[in-house]
Design a binder for this molecule. Sequence first.
Ligand code: ARG
Length: 260
Amino acid sequence: MKRFLFGSLTVLAMAALLAACGKKDSTKYLVMGTNAEFPPFETLGGANSSEVVGFDVEVARAIAAKVGLPLKIEDMKFDSLLPALSAGKVDMVLAGMTITPERAQNVDFSAPYYKATQVVLLLAGGFIPESKDDLKGKTIAVQLGTTGDGVAAEITGQENVRPFTSAMDAVVELMNSKVDCVVIDEQPAIQFAKKNPELMLVRLAFDDEFYGVAVKKGNAELLAQINAALAEIAADGRNDQFVDQWMVQAPAAAAAEAAE
Ligand code: ARG
């Protein structure tokens, strides 16, 4: 009898545990995939620098509010983001990700939400390119799988490109004088230059790029909600507010601030 009672209690306890787990699992989130080392779009901040913060996080919160689910953020390598999206591990990707025809073959993009371009980061006091041609044959560090990676390969040849999983590692390589320059998106470049006064930024004739939110191919329902949220934050001034809060407007200002 005792054993029977004990057995029943165990079963009951297990059932309760399972129910609790089940409850946890059924809590739905809107899961954003990102690569949180791309300030000011996504970077680690907050208490203990353990929280993902940035422009993209503000936009994602507005989207989550529209969808009516709490936002959950999964931080991963940049080149893992689109595979994670296709595998259903995340619902959407916001990662300062440029809309490109190649990517659009595998995922669907929202309307553009930010206009960007590539720039060149160099060591101050060193060579200054005046055109993209001046970068031919130079060693260029990039973040693996980014548009900067592709642009650099076009200019200097794949053999002269040094890809790094982390954008910061590409910048460190430059600061250690192991490469001639870094090709990276403008806003992160400004932020890196602001933190490291030995860096300087040069603008060349790079194309405009447009960042979009990516969803799994065919997820039309979420895409429509994302586009509605983007239109709303553009119309009600929230987008401008996020820009004011996160973007550094001019590299000249960044250089002046860094010198202070
Ligand atoms: N805009 C570039 C691209 O789409 C770079 C994005 C890098 N983003 C990041 N979170 N590391 O390829």
